[in-house]
Write a protein that binds this ligand. Structure first.
Ligand code: PGA
Length: 248
């Protein structure tokens, strides 16, 4: 059985006062059957880790090198040193704004695995790609290039995030989500064998809210969610976690 996972991506939001949201989540979900990870901005990682209790803290990116002349970047070992146990890689906002391609993301994931960080590797199609019926081709190519051979069920989570659903309030139909998640599952089983392929958790991301979470979590091969806007406040994130708890 794969454990359910609710991951929060705070993006470039939050400051010291926001740590109270993590404290609230830690208090309210100390017991549940769902794993939680919050990925705050790098400036908050060590302070978040100090108050997170059972919640894991993650970064939102890391560099592929261990150290060196890379102004503004953070290495996987530095994330680990700050208290992170996970890292989001290949989010579409980084693929676009920072021109990260899948080969770079694979190298970052390799570096993160060497530090025993759990990598949440993001894949997803644009609206134009979906309209052209290229979704599965795009996802297949992103998976084979972005996921390194070092992936295991312990160190790798895949987040399916249609780019057009992020921050827009638009969500694919449940059939569409199921089709992509089943495709990702069989792709991983083919490449890594059924043991690893079945143990990697698959998250859906893109406009997950308290109001649509239960329906999304009923879809096959959806093991949780990667949540942006609705992860910033415990009052929004908690009902999403509760919807996931209810499936276990
Ligand atoms: P959203 O963001 O939940 O605000 O749509 C999801 C994400 O970008 O990970």
């Amino acid at each position: 059985m794969r454990r359910k996972l609710a991951a929060g991506n705070w993006k470039m939001n939050g400051n010291g006062a926001s740590l109270a949201e993590i404290e609230t989540l830690a208090r309210d979900h100390a017991e549940g059957g769902t794993d939680l990870v919050i990925c705050p901005p790098a400036t908050l990682i060590s302070r978040a880790a100090a108050v997170a209790g059972p919640i894991d803290i993650g970064g939102q990116d890391c560099h592929m090198a261990a150290s060196g002349a890379h102004t503004g970047d953070i290495s996987a070992s530095q994330l680990r040193d700050a208290g992170a146990t996970a890292v989001i890689l290949g989010h579409s906002e980084r693929r676009e704004a920072h021109e990260e391609d899948s080969a770079m993301i694979r190298e970052k994931a390799r570096a993160a695995h060497a530090e025993d960080l759990t990598t949440i590797i993001c894949v997803g199609e644009s609206l134009a790609q979906r309209d052209a019926q290229n979704t599965l081709d795009i996802i297949g190519a992103q998976l084979s290039l972005s996921v390194p051979d070092t992936a295991t069920g312990h160190n790798t989570v895949i987040a399916y995030e249609p780019i057009w659903a992020i921050g827009t309030g638009k969500v694919p139909s449940m059939n569409e989500i199921g089709q992509v998640h089943d495709f990702i599952r069989s792709n991983l089983e083919r490449r890594f064998g059924s043991g690893v392929g079945r143990s990697v958790r698959l998250l859906y991301g893109g406009s997950v809210k308290p109001g649509n979470a239960a329906e999304i979590f009923s879809v096959s091969n959806v093991d949780g969610a990667l949540v942006g806007g609705a992860s910033l406040k415990a009052a929004d994130f908690s009902p999403i976690v509760a919807a996931l708890d209810a499936t276990t």
